[in-house]
Design a protein around this ligand. Structure first.
Ligand code: GTP
Ligand code: MG
Length: 196
């Protein structure tokens, strides 16, 4: 916090103004999940407020940046969108390392993508240690076509997983998940990098 004093020349009254400088944090997060679950679409919705029905699979990795406000703090997110095809086989530890947390995504219309997400969570935690993550069941706008087994999601809740429903198409749940993950990342952080 900095303080500045001003003198109002007409009234002769001095005014003390306190400026609250936001804390600025820099965080890498990864978005992982089976191909086609909507990882790129969730990021496009959050970063650019855009959605497309067209499917262009991500090759390699795509990196986006976004400033996320959490209360008085600013979190400069660097978001790594990882290629989804056979992620259990192709996941590259070098791409995951350095991440402070991650989003794990499954597609409610494809129950097999939940099993893959559960296995992926273990792999990512092996690489990063017990960092915060949020599990997204995406495409909730198609909930009428969902075939998700409630037993699986109930077990995940019981294990303490933060499970959310989202839609990159309508935007439901998208902003919140990035803000909530960012909040958890900075809560874990003792000493922020402060840029003034
Ligand atoms: N209805 C609906 N379609 C979605 C949603 N999210 C993504 N899609 C569609 O699902 C398809 C795949 O989306 P992507 O975002 O490319 O999926 P991805 O996980 O990045 O796929 P890979 O890069 O191949 O791993 C596209 O046709 C999107 O339009 C959603 O929430 N609702
Ligand atoms: Mg993609």
């Amino acid at each position: 916090m900095t303080e500045n004093a001003f003198l109002d020349e007409e009234s002769g009254i001095g005014v003390m103004i306190k400026f609250i400088n936001p804390m600025v944090y820099h965080k890498k997060i990864c978005v992982v999940g089976e191909f086609g679950v909507g990882k790129t679409s969730l990021i496009s919705r959050y970063v650019y407020s855009l959605f497309s029905e067209k499917y262009h699979t991500t090759v390699g990795v795509k990196i986006d940046k976004k400033q996320c406000l959490v209360g008085d703090s600013q979190v400069n997110l660097v978001i790594w969108d990882l290629a989804g095809e056979s992620p259990l086989r192709t996941l590259k530890p070098a791409q995951i390392r350095g991440a402070s947390g991650f989003l794990l995504v499954a597609d409610g219309t494809r129950p097999d993508t939940l099993d893959i997400a559960i296995a992926l969570q273990r792999r990512v935690i092996e690489i990063l240690g017990p960092v915060p993550f949020i599990f997204l069941l995406n495409k909730v706008d198609l909930a009428a076509e969902w075939a998700v087994n409630r037993d699986i999601t109930d077990k995940l809740y019981q294990k303490g997983w933060d499970v959310r429903l989202s839609s990159a198409k309508t935007g439901q749940g998208v902003e919140n998940v990035f803000v909530d993950l960012s909040r958890r990342l900075i809560q874990m952080d003792g000493d922020p990098i402060v840029d003034h």
